[in-house]
Design a protein around this ligand. Structure first.
Ligand code: SF4
Length: 343
């Protein structure tokens, strides 16, 4: 734990490992030469537009939403891969935005990533053992004599056993599930506090997904980890998350404990997402219709509540006033003018 809390993070609650405050990320739209000369203003993709939440130490916090909702962009800002346009990221009392590049690099050993596609994130010409130990060379060069043992230990722990067999293999020589274990081992080898897991099982076979999620849960408890788990799949989130935030077009629609949000969703968008989750019972069928349409263009988002063009219960005020995130039940927050009717 860091000894001093910095700037906007001075009031941070020590129960939280991460706090993000009014975070925004707007990407300028690239235009052609003529358009650049004629354009009077720059257009922006408002990928994240004022999001605040916290991640408690030792929990699995899920961020869920459709493609384009901004979840991956938030994850990348939290681990300092991209800077926010506005707002603050506090990690263990440290204000990330104020760090120099070298300070951020040192801090990164405490924040690691499990990417979605292990084939794309592993060097195809590098043996697995070297891929896993790469982070040790960067962050712990003074322990070079221990790197091989540290790598073997974590390989054994994630189920790449016997580790000496896998150490010299290449990514194309192992299965998809084993590749995902390699990516997990690579994230854990530097002994981090926070893991950003960005759709970590989306590329794995269905048969091994539950095994990988069980492994991630076990490792979290054993190594005292905290996860930010990003997914578009609420069935997966249900399996592993403790709390969840539902994102829609760069805004948080709902946040709360997973069981509470799943059993009593208060936002029409969360209700729509949960309708799409399959029920493992042939006698039970969903009858509620899904909202029509697609997620709107983030360059020109709808005014007021961004969900109003698709919302089945929208009223006039919804296209004018942006609803704030309100705590309608203990630790259950929702951004909807009319959520009380679902209490
Ligand atoms: Fe629907 Fe209005 Fe609630 Fe938005 S604020 S979710 S449009 S009812």
């Amino acid at each position: 734990m860091s000894e001093i809390k910095m700037g906007p993070c001075a009031d941070m609650d020590w129960d939280n490992l991460v706090e993000i405050i009014n975070l925004k990320k707007w990407f300028p739209v690239q235009k052609g030469f003529i358009d650049q000369i004629l354009a009077r203003k720059i257009d922006y993709v408002r990928a994240v537009d004022g999001v605040s939440f916290h991640i408690r130490r030792g929990e699995v916090f899920g961020l869920a939403g459709e493609s384009g909702s901004g979840k991956t962009t938030i994850g990348r800002m939290i681990i300092g891969l991209i800077p926010p346009t506005e707002g603050n990221v506090c990690f263990d009392g440290i204000h990330l935005n104020s760090l120099k590049p070298e300070e951020l690099r040192l801090l990164r050993r405490r924040m690691q990533v499990i990417f979605q596609d292990p084939m794309a994130s592993l060097n195809p010409r590098m043996p697995l053992g070297e891929s896993i130990s790469h982070g040790l060379k960067i962050h712990y060069p003074e322990k070079s004599s221990e790197h091989r043992d540290m790598t073997m230990n974590i390989m054994e722990r994630v189920g790449l056993s016997p580790p000496y067999f896998f150490y010299t293999k290449y990514p194309h020589q192992i299965s998809g599930g084993q590749r995902q274990r390699v990516v997990i081992a690579r994230a854990l080898v530097t002994n981090p506090d926070l893991i950003l897991a960005d759709e970590p099982i989306a590329m794995a076979d269905v048969s091994v997904r539950a095994l990988l999620l069980d492994l991630m849960r076990e490792l979290k408890d054993e190594l005292n980890l905290t996860y930010l788990f990003i997914t578009h799949d609420l069935a997966t989130a249900k399996y592993i998350c403790d709390r969840i935030g539902i994102l829609y077009l760069g805004h948080l629609a709902e946040v709360g404990n997973l069981k509470e949000v799943y059993s009593n969703p208060l936002h029409p968008y969360t209700q729509a997402l949960l309708i799409a989750v399959p029920i493992p019972d042939p006698d039970k069928r969903r009858t509620e219709p899904m909202p029509e349409g697609e997620i709107p263009n983030p360059i020109n988002p709808p005014p007021g509540c961004r969900f109003h063009p698709r919302c089945p219960i929208a009223k006039e005020i919804c296209s004018i006033d942006l609803p704030e995130l309100r705590e309608l039940k203990p630790n259950h927050f929702v951004a909807c003018h009319f959520a009380e009717q679902f209490l």
